[in-house]
Design a protein around this ligand. Sequence first.
Ligand code: UDP
Length: 236
Amino acid sequence: MKLFGVTITEMPRNELKETLVHRIDQGKKTFVVTANALIMLKVAEDPTYKEAVLKADYIIPDGFGVQLVHKLKKRNGFQRYPGIELATDLLKEGKKRNWSFYLLGARPEVVEKLAEMLKEKGINIAGYHHGYFKGDGPVNEILKLSPDVVFVAMGAPKQELWIAKNIDRFERGLFIGLGGTFDVLSGFKKRAPKWMIKMGLEWLYRFFQSPSERWNVPFRIARFLLKALIYTRREV
Ligand code: UDP
């Protein structure tokens, strides 16, 4: 599906997962964007960010808003693949295949706890670094460690801008932007209950988790839907 000039993949979840697993096994350099309404709004309104996202090999439909827009185009067979679920699937595959992971992002205590938890589960964590750094951060360390997968969980736009800026320096590895995933996987925050996820209300749950930080999210989602509607009308 094309939206605001970028292509969101319509590959079924399994096929997408298999494709990414294969690319990681081959050491093929890959950049994945997990697109939700807020990311797509930024694509529509910020040319620098759009340029970064256009460097991605796969833009996957993370959020309900993106799925809704797809439905408005009356197309079938479009499954969401939330970043946190893809990350969990990759960790499972990585354990079987002994991939090495690098965790970049979140607060120091969050990423450290997550690294420890994953190591205890037998996952090969090559290294980790918090997401509050100046400049390019641990690029040289990651270059040296040459991990199979780099989870970049610093929120949008920072994570995609970091990947787009630095990916040319790497020869291998899958780089994926994962937003607030580390907070949830480490247990510092809870993911929304299943019924809310199903009803497309995950954003509302996250809004109530930190209303002072996310007060403008409902407005941004509304702006995204409006812009997407105008865009799709023009397209059809
Ligand atoms: N974060 C970071 N560096 C920053 C700003 C944020 O590592 O400079 C982290 C933050 O600690 C949180 C994540 O990025 O773990 C962003 O979470 P949020 O839920 O806001 O992101 P979203 O999923 O909405 O993109």
